[in-house]
Design a protein around this ligand. Sequence first.
Ligand SMILES: Cc1ncc(COP(=O)(O)O)c(C=O)c1O
Length: 426
Amino acid sequence: MQLTFQSRVTKSATLAINEEVAALRASGEDIIHLGFGEAGLPPHPLLMEALARGASRNFYPSTAGSASTREAIAEFFSRQRRLPTKAEQIVTAPGSKALLFALMDATKGAVVLTRPSWVSYGAQAALLGRDVIWVDAPADQGGFPDPDQLESKLIQATDSGIIPAILITTLPDNPTGSVPAPQTVHAVAKLVRKYNLLHISDEIYRELIHDPTMPIVSPADVLPDNVVVTGGLSKSLALGGWRTGYMRVPDSSFGARLAASVVAIGSEIWSAMPAPVEPAVEIGVSDNPEIQQRIADSAALHGTVARAVYQIFCDLGVACRAPEGGFYLYPDFGRYRDTLLSKGVTTSSELAHHLLRNHKVATLPGSAFGDKPENLCLRIATSMLYGSTPEEKLAALAAPGQPTPVIRSNLARIRAAFSALLSPDA
Ligand SMILES: Cc1ncc(COP(=O)(O)O)c(C=O)c1O
């Protein structure tokens, strides 16, 4: 008899492209990697020392996290995000991805997602067999649904017997790199209240807003009782592989019950954030001036390079939201549809493959982010352009406003590749 199995999702597109690029590079290909959302910078020495000291911590921490770690994260929210927070409102995990999954599992009903949005929200909803209600982002913003369309989609869903339960938004956004205007956050909050939704605000890129003076409104500032904030140090301190996720639930009996549900799920799946990592997390969320400086330099560097790549798209007449946070761009090549059609490209997936095969540039297709396949959009990550050695990356961080020779050379290659892609003759 044949053994059987079921697979509701395929390997995450971002991890898959990273492995494909590694294999191509191993076979001698020189690839420009714009496909992977890793922060592309070395860990700060203070964090490495803390991790080394933590190696002897070989016990299982409690699933929600050790008391001192939850306390440090609560202080971070109170100090940095101006959201008064108690340690009991914090739950940690090996990555915020795990928390997002558990939050979805802990609640019933359909999941409302922005189109485009981060690959894993839709995939996790599929794993849990949840209906997804897709709502387009406004043309000039990302990470949040267009408020008017949101209301009509919520009415439509309810009329057809689908109960919307959770809204997930991303601030700043992956894939568009943009930050919602405060009035969008307020308009969406009104609907969250009216339709009694749980709003998960994924703020993993929040420390990487390029302009520190930009006015930011978090959903948790507007509607604290409905909002869970998730985050971690994967992006702000480039610790993706250390698995440092956390969430903050509302200060209410609902928040306490939700946290308990997530902890129960975690206790059966991941047990806890790795104990050796906890002391480093405590430093990473502290107001240590060296750490604060590292985060500020990283945000500035990501901004400089994202804007330089954005300028290339602007020069080529490709529509793109301006980057405001994190290290992503989401250009739309629709204006070049005829040229691309002459090269056999009709979908974003074909576009990404064509670029990789013919121009040695790795990107991700918009379809991986829930976008319609025929929309010729790509998700561009600009954080892998800083160099291949720790020295090159530290040199980039030392002058965050001024691209190093390595970065300038990568930018020149990107300009040449996209110019060739969009030229009818190349
Ligand atoms: C929008 C968004 N949320 C969450 C995550 C997951 O982060 P973590 O490393 O905390 O699991 C990522 C990582 O790419 C992301 O881009």
